[in-house]
Design a protein around this ligand. Structure first.
Ligand code: SIN
Length: 293
């Protein structure tokens, strides 16, 4: 006899509405309920098609965010352990809030354009960022489509980088003055060992949609292998400038209840910041991807 516990999960009646350049909004889906296979497949496809989905009006616990994220792959634990949520190390607290003189989270995450954890041998497939506290002003996140960046790149630049590899390092911008010292504690030997520089193709192929994308960012890329330093710097700067042309961008203006899930294989992102005195707190889970090729 089938008990209620064994009963198949009901489909939810949700709507996927694409944005203009990239991304889509998903309304009518409750992520506090486990998704059945058909609903999960629709969400996964929307994520692949639009590179970013915004789940509106969510009320989920940290464990529900973790469980949902895990359906896409294993989760990665951030190297700055002091900013992980207590009892939920899979969640990185992204926040500018200081309590008792101590920052409760990584306050300056994403001040440079980057793809999460591109400094790992297995960079992130995607990240989910769930709003907890939002400022009345500012605090938007910008996303840039690296498939479009590649496809519209001038031929000379395409030729200059095709087949090349670039080095990514967590420490590329770690101590830059843009970051406040309180958010960037000195890394221990063990932490440095966890984030040794790696090299990845400058142009990667998305393992699921087969499209090529630029895979460099000002946040973590140090240089292109095999090129003189000045040539590498000039080419990277040209790639960065091209990547963030307005027609490649989506600006996310956060609302309470939002959880944004983006594809780090297709996009780079930037936290635009908010005035220091306004509180901002979000919870991030980061899903492991495969080795870029
Ligand atoms: C991040 O880079 O993961 C954080 C983005 C943000 O705070 O808007």
């Amino acid at each position: 006899m089938t008990t209620t516990l064994d009963a198949p999960l009901r489909s939810q009646d949700f709507v996927i509405s694409p944005f203009e350049n990239l991304g889509a909004e998903i309304t009518g889906l409750d992520l506090s309920l486990p998704l059945n296979e058909a609903d999960f497949a629709r969400v996964k496809q929307a994520h692949l098609d639009h590179h970013l989905v915004v789940f509106r009006n969510q009320r989920i616990t940290p464990q529900q965010q973790i469980d949902f994220s895990r359906r896409f792959g294993p989760l990665q634990i951030h190297v700055l352990k002091q900013f992980l949520l207590a009892n939920h190390p899979e969640i990185l607290i992204v926040s500018n809030i200081v309590e008792n003189g101590q920052p409760i989270g990584l306050g300056d995450a994403g001040k440079y354009w980057h793809s999460d954890l591109s400094y790992k041998a297995l960079p992130s497939l995607g990240s989910m960022l769930y709003a907890q506290e939002l400022p009345e002003e500012g605090g938007d996140t910008l996303f840039a489509d690296m498939h479009k960046a590649w496809e519209t790149l001038p031929v000379a630049l395409k030729k200059a980088v095709e087949g090349k590899r670039a080095v990514h390092s967590y420490t590329a911008t770690y101590s830059k003055p843009k970051f406040g010292a309180q958010w960037r504690p000195q890394l221990t030997e063990q932490q440095l060992a966890e984030v040794q520089a790696v090299s990845h193709p400058v142009v990667r192929t998305h393992p699921e949609n087969g499209r090529k994308a630029l895979f460099v960012s000002e946040g973590f890329t140090t240089h292109i292998e095999g090129l003189p330093e000045d040539e590498s710097r000039d080419i990277l700067q040209a790639l960065y400038d091209h990547s963030i042309r307005p027609e490649h961008l989506y600006r996310h203006r956060w609302q309470y209840g939002d959880m944004v899930f983006w594809d780090n294989r297709s996009l780079i992102h930037l936290a635009t910041g908010c005035p220091d005195h306004l509180r901002r707190k979000l919870y991030r889970t980061t899903i492991e991807g495969d080795a870029p090729f």
